[in-house]
Design a protein around this ligand. Structure first.
Ligand SMILES: Cc1ncc(COP(=O)(O)O)c(C=O)c1O
Length: 337
């Protein structure tokens, strides 16, 4: 195993040995190509560089308590990648191509997969670009799909710590019929400015509201949002929210725990009624929220400095499955080796 200080890793790119690539050209995909090159050669007039035909995914492989390496819900990420590609009029790779590339990248970079007990994991980043050179705005006929990975550190070092977030209406991350429900680069570019503003005010991320009326909760930085009250797990239903695979999994676990699950619009004022709330996503699983500050109304919603009981149980149940400590009753893990 690689000589890395796993405990001090953050969420940064670290060079590994191999990445996997597929090239789409002349109407068909190539076979998977294994490369150790970190660069891709593309024309300065490539579609992705000018017109944003770029999309990505993020998922993790975990070394379990039994020493086995598990990929968490890789088919779900593959399906979401397909929906992003469709939305950007790019060629759509098959689920099998994406899953096989993820498995191959995990296997070939085994020395970078963090040992069990360090809290670190191996993050996989499938990324796809439209590469046709041209000047007119039109769908790209050529594309590259690359899957690479990097070891990343535990999101919470020294225990889960709730975060503070700020509601900002100055900029929206996605429009009602825009691209908020797919994982395309432009959404993240659009979110940078409000994110920086929140950071400068001392908040970890921005809570976005629906961009038509600014009345309902949408997402929280690059996380979905959930609130807990009266034995219910409540999460926003909106066509401009990214369908989080973590959220989808937490909804199942919440039901297993006997909670009722509601997917519906959540008016901002309802924030004052939640017993617990948090963000959820691949990076942290759950990021509990201690405080939400509304920049415009100056309203503050507080939930305490400790992680709530329900959030902690959801977090533990999901991580137990990812690390092979609990039976994978929903068949979410792919054992790679
Ligand atoms: C905007 C946004 N929302 C939510 C999520 C969480 O999704 P997932 O649980 O699939 O990681 C992510 C991260 O992928 C994201 O970028």
């Amino acid at each position: 195993m690689e000589n890395i200080d796993w405990g001090s890793l953050g969420f940064n790119y670290l060079k590994t040995d191999y990445n996997a690539r597929y090239i789409y050209t002349d109407g068909k995909w190539s076979e998977m190509q294994i490369s150790s090159d970190e660069y891709i050669n593309m024309h300065m007039s490539a579609s992705c560089l000018h017109y944003g035909t770029a999309l990505f995914e993020g998922l993790k492989a975990f070394r379990g308590v039994d020493g086995k390496v598990r990929l968490f819900r890789v088919e779900e990420n593959a399906k979401r990648l397909q929906s992003s590609a469709k939305r950007l009029c790019l060629p759509v790779p098959t689920i099998e191509m994406i899953v096989n590339a993820c498995i191959e990248v995990v296997k070939r970079n085994e020395r970078f997969i963090p040992p069990y007990g360090t809290g670190a994991s191996f993050y996989l980043r499938p990324v796809m670009f439209g590469t046709t050179a041209g000047l007119g705005v039109k769908p790209s006929k050529d594309a590259i799909l690359v899957v690479y990975g990097s070891p990343v550190g535990a999101y919470f070092k020294g225990g889960i710590k709730p975060m503070m977030v700020a509601i900002d209406r100055e900029q929206d991350r996605a429009a009602p019929r825009g691209t908020g429900d797919v994982k395309v680069g432009g959404n993240y570019a659009a979110s940078l400015m409000s994110g920086e503003k929140a950071h400068s005010l001392g908040y970890s991320s921005v809570m976005y509201l629906d961009s038509a009326e600014h009345k309902y909760i949408e997402e929280c930085g690059a996380c979905n949002f959930f609130g807990i009250k009266d034995g219910k797990y409540i999460t926003p239903k909106s066509s401009s929210v990214l369908p989080s695979i973590t959220n989808k999994s937490l909804r199942v676990l919440a039901k297993d725990m006997g909670l009722e699950v509601e997917e519906r619009r959540i008016p901002v004022e309802e924030l004052s009624t939640f017993e617990e709330c948090g963000g959820c996503g691949t990076a942290a699983v759950i990021s509990p929220i201690s405080k939400i500050y509304d920049i415009d109304t100056k309203e503050t919603y507080t939930y305490g400095e400790e992680v709530g009981k329900v959030s902690l149980e959801l977090y533990t149940r999901l991580q137990d499955i990812q690390y092979g400590r609990a039976e994978d009753t929903h068949n979410w893990c792919t054992i790679v080796m």
